[in-house]
Write a protein that binds this ligand. Structure first.
Ligand SMILES: [Zn+2]
Length: 309
């Protein structure tokens, strides 16, 4: 009897330990002195990763911490905040949302309640307003009760320029927007002293990028060219490990460029969309995670965009 009880108890302990092991652990890794990144899972949004399948940045200044993106939910944001506290005693004074995708901004409500100033580019506003409800509805079946308390909360400070230099706690942070990329409000955060760029969804590595209905591949490449001109020492991409320029060029720029060149020609010669997608040679990028799932949609949306140009 006692032995059976012990065995049952052991099974219960083991099962809960496995559950914990599968839950996402938010941990910031150092990128440079005072600069950190949490590298999210490269797969889709799941109950286990709580929609934190994107990278989050952290810059610690002498007068407060800057968080780059707030995560996909209220509870996720609370977890991010706990991870910040492991790194610094500074309060999170600012959040910059790098775009209008759920995991960039649905944690805003949590930080707004802490008195954090939430900043984004004005081009993100209509997109956030239009899609916030859809994001919640799409996350609900995956995140279930982990989505509780999440209310789409818009930023309180909207940047309107292409290039805005912010002085945050004595640290110069440059925000650059070139008309959007993956979403209309996509921007990059450039730290000129450290030569580090937080690219948001302008750069994806290790996994396939997503061209979604609100994306614009032409402006995406313009954004990318702006990032290249900065000659960053390191890039914290929107998705994937911290990298340098050649990797970002190979996995984001070259793919978008090849797609656009191919689809422009197809549209020009009157080739139909199905044939154009089939004729595109995606071999160089099919090894990226999620490629089989995302490439067909990327190809068809690029064709449709070029048809409109
Ligand atoms: Zn994303």
């Amino acid at each position: 009897m006692t032995r059976l009880l012990l065995r049952l108890l052991w099974c219960a302990v083991w099962a809960s330990a496995t559950t914990i092991a599968h839950a996402v652990e938010v941990k910031f890794q150092p990128v440079a002195p005072g600069v950190y990144a949490f590298i999210g899972e490269k797969s889709g949004r799941t109950y286990g990763n709580e929609g934190l399948n994107a990278n989050i940045g952290l810059v610690v200044t002498p007068a407060g911490a800057l968080l780059i993106d707030s995560g996909a939910s209220f509870k996720g944001a609370r977890q991010i905040h706990a991870a910040v506290k492991q790194v610094t005693g500074q309060p999170v004074k600012w959040v910059i949302n790098t775009g209008g995708q759920d995991h960039r901004w649905l944690g805003n409500g949590y930080f707004a309640a802490q008195g954090t100033e939430v900043i984004a580019h004005a081009s993100a506003r209509a997109d956030m307003q239009a899609r916030g409800g859809d994001h919640l509805a799409a996350l609900k079946p995956e995140l279930k009760e982990k989505l509780d308390g999440t209310v789409p909360t818009l930023p309180t400070r909207w940047l309107t320029g292409n290039d805005e230099a912010l002085n945050l706690g004595g640290t110069t942070v440059e925000v650059k927007h070139r008309g959007g990329a993956h979403t209309p409000g996509d921007l990059m955060v450039w730290l000129p002293q450290q030569k580090i760029v937080f690219s948001g969804d302008i750069v994806y590595v290790d996994r396939m990028l997503g061209v979604i209905p609100v994306s614009h591949t032409g402006r995406w490449l313009q954004s990318f060219a702006t990032l290249e001109a900065l000659q960053p020492a390191r890039i914290v991409p929107g998705h994937g490990e911290v990298c340098e320029l050649p990797m970002a060029q190979a996995q984001t720029r070259d793919y978008l460029q090849a797609l656009r060149t191919h689809m422009r020609k197809a549209v020009g010669t009157g080739e139909d969309i199905g044939a154009a997608i089939k004729a595109f040679d995606a071999t160089a990028w099919l090894g990226l995670l999620n490629a089989a799932e995302l490439h067909p949609g990327n190809a068809s949306r690029t064709y449709l965009e070029l048809e409109r140009e």
